[in-house]
Every structure is written in C-alpha cells, then in structure tokens.
Design a protein around this ligand. Sequence first.
Ligand code: URA
Length: 420
Amino acid sequence: MHAPTLIAKKRDGEVLTRDEFNWFIEHLTQLPREQIGAFLMACQLNGLNDDETTALTLAMLNQGARLAPRTNAVDKHSTGGVGDKMSLVLAPALHACGAVVPMLAGRGLAHTGGTIDKLEAIPGFNTGLSLGEMNANPCFISRQTADIAPADAVLYAIRDVTATVPCIGLITASILSKKAAEGIQALVLDVKFGRAAFMQEVTEARALAKSMVRVGHELGMNVTAQLTDMNRPIGRYLGNSHEIVETVACLKGRGPADTMELVYAQGMALGYDITESINDGSALASFRSMLTRQGVQERVVDELVNDPWSVLVRESTPYVIRAASEGTVMELDALIVGQVLCQAGAGRSRPGQSINHGVGIEVHAKVGDTVAKGEPVLTMDGPPDLDKRLLERLSQAVNIGSGDVVVPPRVLETLTVAQI
Ligand code: URA
C-alpha cells in the first residue's frame, strides 16, 4: 500500500477497509509525522463509520501486548476534562474494595489535563511500567509504552497538537484499544459534554458514548457510559501538582462535593460502593501502596499525604482574578480555564514538550456562590514572567451576575449496551 493514496482516499470521504487500517497502524513507526498528521486530520474532517471505528480499534489493539485477564479486573476512563482527577481517587478506592485495577491512562490532550502528567508531578512516580510489572500489580496507573498500546502512544501525542482530538472514531479507538489491552471485565466511561469537553453538545457526547459502549461490548467488556457536565471546572484545584493535592484531600474524605459525586457514581457503575473505603482510610492506604509500588520512596509518600506542597512543585507567583462586581458566579468557563492553564505551561503545543507541573489554579468561588466586589474568584500560580494576556483571558472565564443560577448535577445520564 501507499500512504499518500490511503490518506487521499480518507480525505476524499471514502471508507477505508480493515486491511488499510491494519497497514497504516502496522507502519506507524516508519511513517513520517506529516503523513500521520494528515491521516488524522482526514479522519477528523470526514469521521469514521462504525466499521472503520471497530477496524481502527482492533488494528491498534493488535499492535501491542495484552495483559493477562484477572478476576474482578475493572477500570474507568474519561474523555478528558478540566480538573478531572477522579481516576486518581477511584483506582485506589476500588482496589481497597477488592477490585484489580490495571489502568492505562494518558497525558494531557489539548486543553484537558492528563492523569499521567498529574502523577508525574509526584517525585519518583514511574508511569512507564513493564508488562511484567503491570501483570504482577493489583492496582496501577501507567501510560502507553512500546509494549502495550504503542499505536495509541504515537497517535495520542500527535492528536494532542494537531487539533485532531474531537473525533468520535479516533476517541473510541484510542480509549477502547487501551482498555481492551488491560484484560478487564467491566469499564465505566466518563463521557463529557459542555464547554471544555471534546463533544460540546449532549447529542455528540451521547453518540460518542454509544460508539464506545458498542465497541467495548464487541470486545467482550461490560461497559457503562455516564454523560457528565464539563461546562465548569471540577473541584477546587486545577493543574498537575494542584490536582494531586486535591486527590489527597479526596482520599482523606475532604474532597469537594462535585468531585466526590463523580467518583462515587463511577464506583457504583462498576458495582462498588467506595464510600466506606474513603471514610475508613483504606482508599488512602491503597493509594500509598500504589505510589510505593510505582517507585515513590516511603518518605516522599509520607510527606505527600501529610503536607502535599512540601514535595510538589508550585509556581512562585499567585495571580488573583477578583470579582468585578458583587453578585452570583453565573459561569466559570472551563474551556477558557483549561486553555489558559495549557498555554501557561501545564500542557503542550509540541509533541514530547516538557510541561510545568507547578502551574495551576485554585477556585475560590464556584458557580452559584455569591461574591462581593473585589473578592478573589480564582488564583493562578504561574511563573513570574507569565504572559499577562493569559490573565486577561482568564478573567473572561468568570461571569458574575444577579439572580439565581441552577447548578446541575454532574451526571446527566447513563448508557449501557441495553440503551444503544
Ligand atoms: N482519552 C484517551 O485516552 N483518548 C482520547 O482520544 C481522549 C481521551
């Protein structure tokens, strides 16, 4: 086969065959980035039909190893959000309840944060486990490697910086090829809709959820998808180190209500009520063991749990966004917040770029809170030489008005194979 011809076929709206997807994915490491980027953009612009989506998922899955199936092996994955730290709380909490959690996660994508980037804020945390380490580990969070989900590792990094994330077929193949490689039986998917979601409209998010439930079912997993609101940031801390700080608070039973609403709902979808494990400290103990198994020294684990900022980097300069008038916070635009964080260094604009784990935001006033004129709404921890235009943009995320605002629950609806 010939890469330019295959790219042209997809560009011109034709349907690619299973063999063509197999060929493209098998040759991924030999193809120049320009061709991969062009292929992804052709998929983005023309979409993938159901057969193509399944074909791409299988091609990606077959390119890497699979973990040995284990009893009670479950996992969760999100389509990407701002302040989305639920995996970091849920994985150890599920393990504390008796589940095996072999979690393959990703780095940040576009303006959304990534579980792997957040974990790499913890000194010593190894996000690249070997297959042997993964198979022996009852609860881990690792990234794609050269052994497992290698095709997603390549495509993911290129999609991040080429505006080719929000495509139902590409997201389905990326997530389901990773999850099928884990050898799990059940999976809960957090499918986001709203301003900062890749699927801004509920109808698009529902279509994505259906696509992932369908492919997951075809691959033998019991998949539940929850459509959740991503218009406003999740929790009070946003950014890499910042979300580790909030994760520890959640595991100590002091997490913000909206974050815990999602964590509990995700646990329930997998058949686990994790409330007790948070209240009795067993989820925190499981988090500690996960960190130790993934290379973090005992002393660092102790410090992280007792005083997170003593071991995490935090940018030196606080920039405060204050309420321009008194009133109610009507809106906190999670897309603007995510874009500002990413552009300030918490995310990437080039593949492989190193990021600044210390850039982050504390949310003082959430949607529905009342504020006095001049009261802090957001504090961004940034570098001293931060481009001040980013602060102007950040202030546009805050909309203060008069009157009441209805704050909807995070979970809008749940889909399983029976509903697709
Ligand atoms: N998470 C993934 O792993 N892949 C995507 O495409 C989006 C979110």
